[in-house]
Ligand binder design. Sequence first.
Ligand SMILES: [Zn+2]
Ligand SMILES: [Zn+2]
Length: 350
Amino acid sequence: MSELPQEDPQQRWKPAWAASEARIRENAGHTAVRTAVPRNSRVSKLDADLLDDELTDMLREPVSKAMSLLRPQLVDKHRLEIDTAIKAVLFWLSAGSASRRATYGQSLQNLTYETTGHRDVLRRLRMFGALSIGGAYGWSKLTSYMAANGWADAPQNSIRRKIWRVLDRLERVTRVATLVNFLAFVATGQYKTLIERVLGLRLVFARPQVAHSVSFEFLNRQLVWHAFTEFVMFALPLVNPARARRWAVRNARAVLGLPAVTIDPVVAALPEHICAICHSVEAASTSVSPDSAAGMFADPSESCAAVNPYVAKCGHRYCYVCIKTRMIAEADECTCLRCGQHVDRIWQQI
Ligand SMILES: [Zn+2]
Ligand SMILES: [Zn+2]
């Protein structure tokens, strides 16, 4: 029998630690470096723009409402000015402020404009705001002015035509450059707009250690509700509400131990040749306007004699039209008004 080494069991981990310590520390160093570098998220940058647009939309409504109280035509006439003013104020309060340096949408997406290496980043940001918001406003004003005054149709050598041609070319060049810039953005994830590229404004994560995660809980809920609504819209025309109600009433009565249908004793006691359906219709109308009905029918029951009489299984008599209409309307829920028996077939009374 071999002897076990005489060593303290509490100290056994020491040689193992000594052997692997260097490797563990090295690996820890690797993982730390890897998590510290955030992914360059293009989606976050595009989403930030959408959020900013949504915010402008939300603010436009109360501003428009307030203005329409003063003069309703002001809102339509100055829509562009209202939008520009809202955007300018939002930009000034968010990206244009020294403490934030990001629009509200960018803040929500954990993004900010890079400040390291640029002492004058705030100045550039303000320039960016002036160019993107003011520039867009000026450009659309200029183009609509030219269109309204027919600069495009001015004589060939006139100064207006020449200016129009230069600006038209400039617009085309800008559009192509914007497209190329966007493709470059998709490839590299930097400089979403042309102005950002020209000014060298880079968007980075404000807190790199915070993982960018999107909660899908709201989306899932929305999807479930959407699917449910779609299903209800599809199923609703297939359900006959009156029939469903009768089915529910019948089952409820069965559960409570009540008879399937209640029989009106007046209807049950009617003479044989009277159609109970005609009688109940007439009773309903006379109860609404008793004066006129009393004048029209000396004996209301006699006017309800079954026309083209048909009998049900129970032997009770109805007009053909009355009972057939009821059978079609109530389908397999149709019952005799006098005895409550189920009516599925009728025979002509000879
Ligand atoms: Zn009838
Ligand atoms: Zn009957």
